[in-house]
Design a protein around this ligand. Sequence first.
Ligand SMILES: C[S@@+](CC[C@H](N)C(=O)[O-])C[C@H]1O[C@@H](n2cnc3c(N)ncnc32)[C@H](O)[C@@H]1O
Length: 224
Amino acid sequence: MPEWQWKDPSHGALLRYEPGNWGDILKGEWLCLWLEWFGRDLVYQDPFCGQAHYPVTQPTRLRVQGSPARRYATHMGSSSATLVQEHAARLGYRVQAHCSDRESPLSLRPCDLLLFDPYDFFERWPEWNDLLLEASRHHDVVVYLYNKSPRGASQFRQYQALRQRWQGRPLLLGRVAADAVLPRAWHEVWLVGPGASQPKLRTALQQATLELHRHLSDQGAWEG
Ligand SMILES: C[S@@+](CC[C@H](N)C(=O)[O-])C[C@H]1O[C@@H](n2cnc3c(N)ncnc32)[C@H](O)[C@@H]1O
């Protein structure tokens, strides 16, 4: 049985999640792929950026190194904002980054890419969803969602209500289990906005997501 353990309490005791979890891996891979597709200097906004670097535990290091997410692996321990700046620099592009945390009220500015990754969009989407619907008319938004639907019917209805609001809008969605043997939630990453209609980007995100999903689900599907 793959070894499951709760995050090391000596690391990131103030964080509500383990940095380098499967959601971070998926989100980081998507951000790198978006940058490669965009292919030029950019303006980036990250209103819930957290700290620039996170401690990486040994189980996380092994999880990331064993995963097919080669891009994310080179930025392990970096926040998304740091990853975006590192990956863009590697590609030869400049980033004008607007990063903040604990903003209230939230103010969005024109940018090429907005990362929307607060605590906890699944519970609090009614506060923010109209803002995102508006922002994504004009530019690309990557949204992270910890989708608690596996926990029961009421959570699933909550999720369906959110999805209903996005019907008819260009939306690409990647979804992987939170854990191979204890899948208490889905990690979801969305791309909404003009880029979601671009076939090359769509193919790249789809391939990376399915590869990660297969890697993760294989671990839970078979023992012996
Ligand atoms: C999931 S973490 C962000 C991780 C970061 N986006 C990354 O990928 O590296 C969520 C962040 O939202 C911030 N935050 C600030 N104000 C918030 C609010 N009003 N509601 C929810 N989260 C808030 C927290 O301080 C925290 O840094």
